[in-house]
Design a protein around this ligand. Sequence first.
Ligand SMILES: [Zn+2]
Length: 333
Amino acid sequence: MKTQRISIVAAFLLLLCSLGASAQTPPQIPIWDANKVELKSQKLGDGIYAILPTTAEKETTQGIPQATTGGFIVGSKGVLLIEVMLSKRLYDQEVALIRSVTDKPIIYAVNTSDHGDHCFSNYLLPASTLIIQNEFAKENLAKNYEGIKQFMVGLFGAGRGIESSVYRPADIIIPKNNNLKLDMGDGKVVEFLNVGTAQSPADLFVWMPNQKIFWAGNPFIAESPAIPWLFDGYFLEPANNLKKVYDFLPADAVIIPGHGRVTNKAGIKYTIDYVSALKQQVEAAVAKGLTLEQTKAAVKMDEFNKGYVLFNWLHFNFNLPNAYKDISDNKKK
Ligand SMILES: [Zn+2]
């Protein structure tokens, strides 16, 4: 699995470096500009905040890709920070948002992915902060930090503070199919759920069962018209796990998607609908014996192409090919 993952990053770099592969490069680099993003906090409960780009409220439903969301929880002994962001510029904004409501130390920080926009500022945290990650995320970051940095520069541009990031190992790691529960005090119990691959094998969900608040990370990028970024080489496991997570969430949960405004369960259903339609249509194509190119021509899914800037890039270069690969491989078994 690890070899496959490294080769995916390598393939990504090749295609980004190759001018001829314009169809496979994102329509805009940077996808969003970490030198311009301004973060704000949104209060979700007593001592519970989302951190969002100031543009998220207006631009999410316009299909404009948004920077990473996060949050923080003020407990009786200190703060849990959710996501440290891509660069020092953004991390410093998070710290300022925390300091606007509390002087308590950041005692925990969690990264919901091994992609740099979720974890690259770990090196800036106080030495005493304990970092929480999915086990695969830690292993992959330890082995492949420079590769992931290049991959992030490829998508988010040079000169955005990515180059300065230094690997800092996580302190608390959660293996696949395991959860960890942390009691921050004052009724703020936080659960970290590793259900396996929902976008990548490095995913971790953050859930507050008492308050019904859920940080969804990259697996649920944003509400409509955004579609998922299944570009880590997996489809069937994410398809199952996205549905499993969706079914687990109560109807009145407050959901902070990985890259969009705060929403609810209905707001992330578009991801489930897109993935299940893609699965169904690619299964039908594979059953008919269509090649990948024929499947791309047949499974355009225009009904889901509602103005997300990255739709064609993600659908035709990653989501559909990964679905085709997993479904064809499954058929051969
Ligand atoms: Zn992200």
